[in-house]
Ligand binder design. Structure first.
Ligand code: BES
Ligand code: ZN
Length: 749
């Protein structure tokens, strides 16, 4: 039995590699039971000294080993379970290694494996070492040439990274393909696919006029189900040109769908591999949420071509450099497609439920950890989602223009390199002309800061003293916390619901509609001047920092924000906070007796219903009360039955008070056109289904009848499920029958 703990790897111990590999030629004979890989690479010693060459390898059979064409004597190297060590190689040489392994027996879904009679690779983070002995670390960048040979019947498509340079037939029903990727890359971005697929093809003209061939490889019969992914890809390619000035760089971009996959999708250079569930959809079986996920993941993996592939990570501690930044980019893309307030609300909900929970638990860790045992366990909500929040805060602090210049410097300066978070930050220091070292604490400190706002209005001088104080509670990994620079975007609302200019003491008139204040110590007070009456403060607009905020704002203030805040995120946030507190108070007798009442909560919904200017997707979210889990987190004693009952009470009250408005929404958002998954149609469906859900509370007669009809007329899964959920909520006796009909119809799909 092994009892010793594996030693952690530390960021502080980073050493550049003793050797590098500049060219890597792979010859892969594909066979499900025994695949043979001949690797010929150009190895060069870096720096002085005579260090041994230590290659990584796992579950490999070593068949041959030669340096500059000469087989190596067994005394010249050492082979262990995870290393091949060559004691004293020359300074620069050709290394030839022949290995064998069984894709069929590889159940790790890492390295090269068999799925549904097809061959796939997955190398991130450390899977390449299951293909050949190599310097399996992201700071070794090589140019790859890959020859794949296989039986033509069993494996008609042979794919790897880059451009296809040649292919041909061989005796015995075999064939081959030769791929060359002109861009140096770390081995985690290597990919190989062999098998039989259907193909969905298109082409994309880049803004400089280059034609890129787009190819989606899917299971036979599935090509039509990949159309939304293809459409999303083209929109993502255009958006990255327009927004970040990033053009695609190869002649070919391929995506392959696979059934067995450990993750959602993988950004291998020019050859993305996707879990089928995130690539294929048809309206009959996929909901709008599924289409939305496809759009976002296709974009995410595509965006990695620049943030991850052209500029990669020096080591795995820098994972957020590619993942946090790419999540930020895919969030911005989704915001452009679907509406920025709507997207921000969804992203913040996700951050709070996943990342805040991680930060509050035993596994809290910083966005850039300083040690790990297995990197596989660090693909976390903190690295991804909080990592994206740090980029967003950086933009908030230095401003849109400096941020854009910083990104340009980053793309220019770090292209072709394996970079660090410091390299990234240096680009923004240059662009903004300021020191960002305090901001870098965000990368090193775990835990969610608490920010408390308080205010005092001085009527005589017309000055509002706004104070923010921060505190980050200790986490198991870090007992002591430092103050962080926290960007707080602030706006002011008058009693009439209109904005008041934000002007800091000592600044010139006339002030601005909103501005970003940075809390950079434990506590700061700002003097906001030129006010004739106490305004309502709208703080942390757009969720400008990933913190837990509290304030002494009155219910009247919150109601005002819920009804009038020009920042849609805070409008939603205030409405939810009033509703959550009202529901918590109703479900928990021990709750604060100054809490808002159910009538207050119903009033929030009324304000949303009266405002016809709201985006449908946003209105749909604003018409959905906090879910039961969220209410449970707000009460001191959890009584699930009481929570459910009060939530239903509220929805019933809203339905009774606003029956006609809800019906009007329901009717006007119907569509006579055939189903389309686009964002505007999805927004209309979301709002219509939110209205239906409320109307269901009118009971089995009126609500039930509408829900039943809704389900019967549905031509897509989103509406079918919404009909069923509403039917259940209405208490209709037709529900059991409808549910079993639904089951019979869809169980095989
Ligand atoms: N590079 C990752 C895939 C990955 C994850 C490889 C973990 C190795 C270990 C990819 O870019 C990614 O982040 N995929 C996400 C989806 C994305 C939209 C956040 C995934 O697979 O969940
Ligand atoms: Zn990613």
């Amino acid at each position: 039995m092994r009892t010793e703990e594996p030693l952690p790897i530390r960021l502080a111990d980073y050493q550049p590699p003793a050797y590098t590999i500049e060219d890597n030629n792979l010859d892969v004979r594909v066979d499900p039971d025994r695949t043979i890989v001949k690797a010929k690479s150009r190895v060069r010693r870096l720096g002085a000294g005579k260090a041994a060459l230590e290659l990584d390898g796992e579950d490999l059979e070593l068949l041959a080993l030669a340096i500059d064409g000469e087989p190596l004597a067994t005394s010249a190297y050492k082979l262990s379970a995870d290393k091949l060590v060559i004691a004293s190689p020359p300074d620069s040489f050709d290394l030839e290694i022949e290995t064998a392994f069984s894709p069929r027996e590889n159940t790790a879904l890492s390295g090269i494996y068999l799925s549904n009679d097809r061959i796939f690779s997955q190398c991130e983070a450390e899977g390449f070492r299951r293909i050949t002995y190599f310097l399996d670390r992201p700071d070794v960048l090589a140019r790859y040439t890959v020859r794949i040979e296989a039986d033509e019947n069993a494996f008609p498509s042979l794919l790897s990274n880059g451009n296809l340079v040649d292919s041909g037939e061989l005796d015995g029903g075999r064939h081959w393909a030769l791929w060359r990727d002109p861009f140096p890359k770390p081995c985690y971005l290597f990919a190989l696919v062999a098998g039989s697929f259907d193909l969905l093809q298109d082409s994309f003209a880049t803004r400089s006029g280059k034609a890129v061939s787009l190819r989606l490889y899917v299971d036979p019969g599935d090509a039509a189900r990949a159309e939304y992914a293809l459409d999303s890809l083209k929109r993502a390619m255009r958006w990255d040109e327009e927004t970040f000035g990033r053009e695609y760089d190869l002649d070919l971009f391929m995506i392959v769908a696979v059934r067995d996959f450990n993750f959602g999708a993988m950004e291998n250079k020019g050859l993305n591999i996707f879990n089928s569930s995130l690539l294929l959809a048809d309206p009959e079986t996929a909901t709008d949420a599924d289409f939305e996920a496809i759009e976002s993941v296709v974009a995410h993996e595509y965006f990695h071509n620049w943030t991850g592939n052209r500029i990669t990570c020096r080591d795995w501690f820098q994972l957020c450099l590619k993942e946090g930044l790419t999540v930020f980019r895919d969030q911005e893309f989704s915001a452009a497609q679907r509406g920025s307030a709507l997207q921000r609300i969804k992203d913040v909900k996700r951050l709070r439920s996943r990342q805040f929970a991680e930060d509050a638990g035993p596994l809290a860790h910083p966005v850039r950890p300083s040690r790990y045992v297995k990197i596989d366990n660090f693909y976390t909500a903190t690295v991804y989602e909080k990592g994206a929040e740090l980029i967003r805060m950086l933009r908030e602090i230095i401003g849109e223009d400096a941020f854009k210049r910083g990104m340009d410097i980053y793309f220019e300066r770090c292209d072709g390199t394996a970079a660090t978070v410091e390299d990234f930050a240096a680009c923004f220091e240059k662009a903004a002309g300021r020191d960002l070292s305090a901001f870098m604490r965000w990368y090193e400190q775990s835990g969610t800061p608490r920010v408390r706002f308080s205010e005092r209005f001085d009527a005589a001088s017309g000055v509002l003293h706004l104070t923010a104080r921060q505190l980050t509670p200790p986490t198991p990994d870090q007992p002591r916390k430092r103050a962080l620079p926290i960007p707080i975007r602030v706006g002011l609302i008058g009693a009439d619901g209109a904005s008041r200019p934000v002007r800091l003491d000592g600044e010139n008139e006339p002030g601005t509609e909103e501005r970003t204040l940075v809390l950079d110590g434990d506590e700061t007070t700002w003097r906001l001047v030129g006010l004739d009456a106490p305004p309502t403060v709208s703080a942390l607009r757009g969720f400008s920092a990933p913190v837990i905020a509290a304030s002494d704002a009155s219910l009247a203030d919150k109601m005002r924000l819920a009804g009038f805040d020009s920042d849609a995120f805070n409008r939603w946030e205030s409405g939810q906070s009033v509703t959550r507190a009202a529901l918590a108070a109703a479900a928990d007798p021990g709750f604060d007796d100054r809490a808002p009442t159910m009538a207050d909560a119903a009033g929030v919904f009324g304000a949303v219903l009266r405002d016809t200017s709201l985006e449908p997707g946003f209105a749909a979210l604003a018409l959905s009360p906090p879910d039961e889990g969220e209410i449970a987190q707000a009460v001191s004693v959890v009584d699930p039955a009481a929570i459910r009952a009060t939530r239903q009470d509220l929805m019933r009250t809203v339905a009774q008070n606003h029956r006609l408005e809800l019906k009007a929404i329901y009717d006007t958002h119907a569509s006579a056109k055939p189903f389309s998954p686009d964002a505007a149609s999805a927004g209309r469906r979301a709002l219509r289904n939110a209205a239906l859900r409320l109307l269901a509370e009118l009971g089995p007669e009126e609500g039930g009848r509408l829900a039943l009809e809704h389900g019967a007329q549905a031509d897509n899964m989103t509406d079918a499920v919404a009909g069923l959920v509403a039917l259940d909520a209405s208490g209709s006796p037709a529900f059991d029958g409808a549910l079993s009909e639904f089951h019979t119809r869809w169980r095989a799909a």
